[in-house]
Every structure is written in structure tokens, then in C-alpha cells.
Design a protein. Structure first.
Ligand SMILES: Nc1nc2c(c(=O)[nH]1)N[C@H]1C(S)=C(S)[C@@H](COP(=O)(O)OP(=O)(O)OC[C@H]3O[C@@H](n4cnc5c(=O)[nH]c(N)nc54)[C@H](O)[C@@H]3O)O[C@H]1N2
Ligand SMILES: Nc1nc2c(c(=O)[nH]1)N[C@H]1C(S)=C(S)[C@@H](COP(=O)(O)OP(=O)(O)OC[C@H]3O[C@@H](n4cnc5c(=O)[nH]c(N)nc54)[C@H](O)[C@@H]3O)O[C@H]1N2
Ligand code: SF4
Ligand SMILES: [Mo]
Length: 666
């Protein structure tokens, strides 16, 4: 028996350090690493038994060829050489007949490791396939925050320990960022007040916050402006900081803020004017405010603008100047490595078309698309469950003339539609280098258990496909660990402060050191925070309402702590007792004559899904809430994505999962 350090591979901001005990080539125990600066020795319930995922009886063991109808799930095992031969022959035929752009790779963050996450890019660039815009998560949030902050360093989570006012803004912390709770608790013990802003009473709001604010979905930009209005009116801004470090405050104060009185903002957001005043005063009077900004608020048609407006708040009070103050949206610890080692973007052929992953349903069904998509290669993602507008996505995946390959660990809802399924390794079976988007840390992971069956990593399959195409570049003859080593070496040219490379090679968590005054090192064209930003249209931010749908209820479909997007649906002990639930306020339920526990249907112009009704004041009037992205088997049919839309955010082409309305019938 031996215990190895490694990192959690999932798309979670915590990117925990794990200690995995291995016996006879299998993982037998998984624990949180006490030496990891953010994990601090604890894990979420999902990963505390990661060995049950890695060695699950449902893991795919060999390549498969479909024998039944698409979606049915009937397959027969084939060998790797047969699978590679068939895929490359089909790709070559499709490229000859329709052009290479008729082939579309589709992936997201099934694994966050730099090698496996990006391991197919070079293959598809070299092939000349359509380029996928990977926008399903929260690009509008990043875009809006960057409009103000440029490439400045984002505040580290541990900084919050010294804050006296923490705002958990659109963050489902107890599901999605549980290790931040430690920093919040330390601050609270030192007297900090915790605010939470969400569209319903989340567990985070109920159990962690001192003060909760329930906001009408998609109106956070108006709240930010209302707070700025009060800060200005009541002399709570930091004028010295504004004069020295901020561009455009006088313009915003004169041209925009007068229109956002507490009364008007109350009408826009549904928050009582006194509550807006109370929050603004708490924010303005605190010594060091810390905003931890989640992503939900940005998945609306006004998401980028909302992020831009929220990013103005710490500028107005000079939060970055105070120990403990700042804004944590998403951290780019990936900046510490040179992903070009694996991307090979020079192989990307100029003029190749780009298709947006949020529009997969439309792309697969669009008869006018030229060339049409004739081959779809899915890896590290499960769009049949997670992509918006599920009815369209499933219709597209069912096309008999679409050649679909799915590289997966499990026979997911998407894999059921594949012509060829390829078995993928888990993170314990492949080498990689992990970086976090919620804290400053890097960690190497090694193959510490034997591959399950004939599973191969993304990088290994990309190399097999390249060889099957007859390409002989030495690039495709490297191993996973060759690339990891190049990435490790690249940290020396990418990160300004020195890193302990030997520690990184050993697989221990390596914190990314930050300069002492990193919070005031504003990396924008002007060297200041840019409230007025001439590179953006409009140059001064202002609120725009979300466009959304027309139906009776806002439909919030938030994260569930038991699963992560559609990952972990395989774990019976986590999903066993589950049916999809819909939370509704008692007065709404009474008006519609609905009973607690009854089956209801939520529907709109795109589709419908069935839920068990939970009548609770946790959902405000006019909003219904369902948590989790459940697989077909667990949901017992269509999931929340039957209701979501393919429309995009105002900037950056992001998803609008929460900009949705539904009618509910008994
Ligand atoms: N257990 C678990 N962990 C996860 C995930 C998971 O599904 N389950 N998903 C992973 C992924 S891919 C990501 S991107 C992160 C996401 O982590 P978070 O940012 O925490 O999650 P979001 O889904 O963006 O939703 C955050 C909150 O936004 C709220 N919200 C929705 N609309 C609005 C609005 O208009 N205004 C405000 N103020 N709040 C709103 C939702 O109700 C929700 O509580 O979590 C990761 N971690
Ligand atoms: N209704 C609704 N839908 C949502 C959301 C929501 O809040 N509401 N959230 C959205 C968000 S934020 C995101 S980021 C997306 C994520 O959506 P997806 O990208 O589909 O993520 P997962 O559902 O986690 O699926 C990842 C898959 O990758 C596989 N995998 C893991 N490791 C590897 C590997 O090394 N190689 C290969 N080939 N496969 C691997 C896993 O088995 C898993 O099936 O979902 C979005 N969908
Ligand atoms: S909290 Fe997130 S990063 Fe940590 S073990 Fe759980 S899923 Fe992985
Ligand atoms: Mo995400």
C-alpha cells in the first residue's frame, strides 16, 4: 500500500489536493491533503469516495461500436485498431466530400488537467476541423470583470480571512466552493458580517450568511448601480483611491448614477429599498470588503454588463487597498503555464469557421449550415444532459447521417448516441498538471493506478488518431508525461515569482506566490481600474434588462452538492433517492391549486420536464427552482435543459442557462 498526492480533476474552483492510497493497482482510499493551502485536509462528499467512481462497475473497458438505434445503448466491443481505423477512414471521407469543417470536436471540462483538457486541440487544428467556441460556463463574467480590471491579479481567497464584510454574490458556496467556507469562518470569528445575494434561499444563504438578499433573476447590474448611487450620495466612496487608481468615476457618477435611486432599483430588482440601503451602507462602511462572485448572475442576456457593473463596486470603496479587501471572480492560475506546449495553435488554419457550443442543437439541425456537421467528436463533456435546449440537442444527436464518436469514462446520455465509443482513463490513470480557477495553486498528477480495461487518455487517443491519419510529426509521439514536463519547465517563463519545480515534479501542491502589492498592480492599458473603458461599447457601463422569455415563472436551475454538472450521476449512493424537484413558494402553489409532493410539469416554447413539487418559502414568489443536472436515468426523462435556451449573452457568446421562464401545470 502506498499513498500519493494528486489533484482533483473536476471543474470545481477548489482544485483540491488529494491523498490517494493505492493497493494492487487500485485506489482504496481518498482523503483531502492537509498540506494543500486551500483544501486544508477536507474533501466534498463526492470526492471522499473518488475510488467508487474510478473503479465503478459501469466504467467503459473497451472501444464499442453501436448495434442498436441511436440513443438506445446497444453496442458491441471492438479493438482499438478497428476503432481508430474506422474513425480516421470516416473523417477522411467526410473531409473529401464536405471539407474538414464538416467535422466538429465538442468538449468542455470533464477534466481540468492541462494535458487531457487540451489534448485533442492540436489534432483537430491539424485536421482543419471546425473550431468550437467553448462558452458554456461563464465567459460573460470574465469578459465583464476584465473590462474593468484588464489582466490584473484577482484577489486570493485566503485574503478574505481579514475582511470585515464578505459578500457571497451569486455563489452556491456549500455546493460549488466549499473550501472557501474556512476563510469565511475565520473572518466571521474576527467579527466579519457575511452577506449573500441570490435568487432564492440557497443552503449557503440559510446556513452561512448573516444577511440574505433575494434578487429578481438577471437584475444584479441594477443592484450594483443602486449601491454605487447610495455610496456616492452618502459620501461612502474612497475619493483618494478613486483619484489615484480609477478611470471614469466622475463620468459614471454624473451620467449614470443619478438614474439609479433606491426606489427605481427596488422596482427593477424586487429588493425593498431599505434593504438596498442597508447593504450599501454595510459595503461602504466596512474597512475591507471582499466580494466572492459566482457565475449564476452572468448566465443572462445581460451577463457581461452585469459583471462589469459589479466590478465597479470594489473600485468605488478602494477595497483593493485594504488588507482583506478585494474581488474574487475567477483566478487564472493557468497563466503560470504555457499551454502552447499542447495547443500548437500554429496548426490552426486561418479562416476556419467557429461554432458556439451553446448552439449545438441549432448547429446539428440547421439544414442551411454549409458545410453541414457530418462528424461530431465528443470528449470530456456530456452535451445530451448539459447543453441547453435538450430537445434540439437530442434530435441532432439522433441524426442517422451524423457520425458521432464519444470518448468517455461511462456510457453517458451522450455516449448512447455514438457510433463509436472510446473508453477514457480517469485522472488517477493518466499524467497531468492541474491549475485552479478558485485559488493560486498548481499540482502535478501521476498515473498511480492501472488503466481500467483498455482505457486511454485524451492525449493518447489524439496521438493514435494522428498516426491513423498517416501524420508523422514527432509532436504526436510524445507521452503525457513528456508534455507535463514541458509545462512544468514553462512556469519559469510564465510566472513572475519563482516556483519550486522539484516540489511540483514530486506531485505536491505548489502555491503560486504573489507579489506583496499584487492587488494594486492594475494591468490595464491606463494602469488604472477602467470604469470608463473606451475599448468597450458603451464606454461607460449602464444597466440593461435581460431579454429572457415570456411565461409565468423565472426558472433558476442551480447546482446540486451531490453531483457536478452531470458528473457523479453514476454514483448510486449519491443519486439513489433522487427525483428532480421543483421548489415553489406557498402562495404561488395555492394560487395554482398545487400540492406539496405532487408531480408537476414545467414547460415553455422549447420543451417540458417533469418534477416533484416542493412547496417552500425558500423560492420567492414568481420564481421556481430546480437543483442539479441529472442524467436521463436519474431524472426519469428530460432534465432542466429541456427548458433552457440556446440564446447567448450580450458579449463573449456565453450560455444563458438561468435566463429562462416556464409555466407550471399539475
Ligand atoms: N457540487 C457542485 N459543484 C460544482 C458544480 C455543480 O454542478 N455541483 N458545477 C461546477 C461548475 S461547472 C461551475 S461553473 C461552478 C459554478 O459555481 P457557482 O458560481 O456557485 O454556481 P452557479 O451555477 O453559477 O450559480 C451560483 C448561484 O447563482 C444563483 N443565481 C442564478 N441567477 C442569479 C441572478 O440573476 N443573480 C444572482 N445574484 N444569483 C443568481 C443561483 O441560484 C446559484 O445559487 O461550480 C462548479 N462546482
Ligand atoms: N441546466 C443547466 N445546465 C448546465 C448548467 C446549469 O447550471 N444548468 N451548468 C453548465 C456549466 S457551468 C458547465 S461548465 C457545463 C458542463 O457540462 P459538461 O462539459 O457536459 O460536464 P459534465 O457533465 O461534468 O461531463 C463531463 C464528462 O467528461 C467525462 N470525463 C472526465 N474525465 C475525462 C477524460 O479525461 N477524458 C474524457 N474523454 N472524458 C472525461 C466524464 O465522465 C463526464 O461524463 O454544464 C452546463 N450545463
Ligand atoms: S470540493 Fe471540488 S475540487 Fe475539492 S474535491 Fe470536491 S469537487 Fe474536487
Ligand atoms: Mo461551469
Amino acid at each position: 500500500m502506498q499513498t500519493y498526492p494528486t489533484a482533483c480533476p473536476y471543474d470545481c474552483p477548489d482544485c483540491c489536493g488529494l491523498l490517494v492510497t493505492v493497493a494492487d493497482g487500485k485506489a482504496v482510499r481518498v482523503a483531502g491533503d492537509p498540506a494543500h493551502p486551500f483544501t486544508r485536509g477536507t474533501l466534498c462528499p463526492k470526492m471522499a469516495h473518488y475510488e467508487r467512481t474510478v473503479h465503478h462497475p459501469g466504467r467503459l473497458r473497451t472501444p464499442l461500436r453501436r448495434t442498436g438505434k441511436k440513443g438506445e445503448g446497444a453496442f458491441t466491443p471492438i479493438s482499438w485498431p478497428e476503432a481508430i481505423q474506422e474513425i480516421t477512414a470516416r473523417f477522411q471521407n467526410i473531409a473529401r466530400e464536405y471539407g474538414s469543417e464538416a467535422i466538429l470536436p465538442y468538449s468542455y471540462a470533464g477534466t481540468m488537467g492541462a494535458v487531457q483538457h487540451n489534448g485533442y486541440h492540436a489534432f483537430f487544428y491539424r485536421l482543419g476541423a471546425s473550431n468550437l467556441l467553448r462558452t458554456i460556463c461563464a465567459p460573460a463574467k470574465s469578459y465583464g470583470v476584465q473590462a474593468v480590471m484588464g489582466k490584473s491579479f484577482i484577489t486570493a481567497p485566503q485574503e478574505a480571512q481579514r475582511s470585515d464584510c464578505i459578500v457571497l454574490w451569486s455563489l452556491s458556496m456549500l455546493a460549488t466552493d466549499i473550501h472557501f467556507q474556512h476563510d469565511v469562518n475565520v473572518a466571521r470569528q474576527r467579527g466579519a458580517k457575511i452577506w449573500c445575494i441570490d435568487t432564492y434561499e440557497t443552503q449557503t444563504m440559510a446556513r452561512v450568511a448573516d444577511e440574505g438578499i433575494i434578487i429578481r433573476p438577471g437584475t444584479d447590474g441594477a443592484l450594483a448601480l443602486g449601491v454605487l448611487h447610495i455610496l456616492l450620495r452618502d459620501g461612502l466612496t474612497d475619493e483618494d483611491f478613486l483619484a489615484r487608481y480609477v478611470q471614469g468615476w466622475p463620468e459614471l457618477a454624473a451620467q449614470v448614477l443619478p438614474r439609479y435611486t433606491p426606489e427605481r432599483v427596488s422596482q427593477l430588482t424586487g429588493i425593498r429599498a431599505e434593504r438596498i440601503e442597508a447593504f450599501a451602507h454595510a459595503y461602504g462602511r466596512a474597512r475591507a470588503t471582499f466580494i466572492r462572485l459566482g457565475s449564476g448572475f452572468s448566465r443572462y442576456t445581460n451577463g457581461a454588463m452585469a459583471a462589469r457593473l459589479i466590478a465597479c463596486l470594489p473600485a468605488a470603496v478602494g477595497a483593493y487597498a485594504a488588507p482583506g479587501g478585494g474581488l474574487l471572480s475567477s483566478i487564472s492560475s493557468s497563466h503560470a503555464i504555457d499551454r502552447e506546449c499542447i495547443y500548437h495553435t500554429d496548426w490552426r488554419q486561418p479562416g476556419t469557421r467557429s461554432l458556439n457550443m451553446c448552439e449545438l442543437g441549432r448547429i446539428l439541425n440547421d439544414t442551411k449550415l454549409a458545410p453541414p456537421v457530418k462528424a461530431l467528436f465528443v470528449y470530456s463533456s456530456n452535451p445530451a444532459a448539459t447543453a441547453p435546449d435538450q430537445t434540439q440537442v437530442l434530435r441532432g444527436l439522433a441524426r442517422e447521417d451524423l457520425f458521432t464518436v464519444v470518448h468517455e469514462r461511462f456510457l453517458t446520455d451522450t455516449a448512447r448516441y455514438a457510433d463509436i465509443v472510446l473508453p477514457a482513463t480517469s485522472s488517477l490513470e493518466a499524467d497531468d498538471l492541474y491549475y485552479s480557477y478558485g485559488n493560486y495553486c498548481l499540482q502535478r498528477g501521476r498515473a498511480i493506478v492501472l488503466p481500467v480495461g483498455e482505457s486511454k487518455s485524451n492525449w493518447q487517443v489524439a496521438c493514435l488518431l494522428a498516426q491513423g491519419m498517416g501524420w508523422d510529426e514527432p509532436f504526436f509521439r510524445q507521452t503525457d508525461s513528456d508534455i507535463v514536463e514541458q509545462l512544468i519547465v514553462s512556469t519559469q517563463r510564465c510566472w513572475e515569482q519563482p516556483l519550486d519545480l522539484e516540489k511540483l515534479r514530486r506531485g505536491e501542491p505548489v502555491p503560486l506566490p504573489l507579489a506583496k502589492d499584487y492587488k494594486l498592480d492594475f494591468r490595464t492599458p491606463s494602469g488604472k481600474l477602467e470604469i470608463w473603458n473606451p475599448a468597450h461599447e458603451p464606454a461607460l457601463p449602464d444597466y440593461q434588462p435581460p431579454t429572457g422569455d415570456a411565461a409565468a415563472f423565472h426558472f433558476v436551475n442551480a447546482p446540486d452538492p451531490r453531483i457536478l454538472d452531470s458528473s457523479f450521476n453514476e454514483r448510486e449512493e449519491l443519486t439513489r433517492s433522487h427525483t428532480m424537484e421543483l421548489m415553489m413558494h406557498p402562495e404561488d402553489a395555492a394560487r395554482l391549486h398545487l400540492q406539496d409532493g405532487q408531480r408537476v410539469t414545467a414547460r415553455n416554447t422549447r420543451g417540458q420536464a417533469a418534477f416533484t413539487l416542493v412547496i417552500t418559502p425558500r423560492a420567492p414568489q414568481g420564481t421556481v427552482v430546480s437543483e442539479g443536472v441529472w442524467s436521463h436515468a436519474v431524472a426519469g426523462g428530460m432534465n432542466t435543459n429541456a427548458l433552457t435556451a440556446q440564446r447567448l449573452t450580450d458579449r463573449a457568446g456565453g450560455s444563458t442557462f438561468y435566463d429562462v421562464k416556464v409555466d407550471v401545470i399539475g
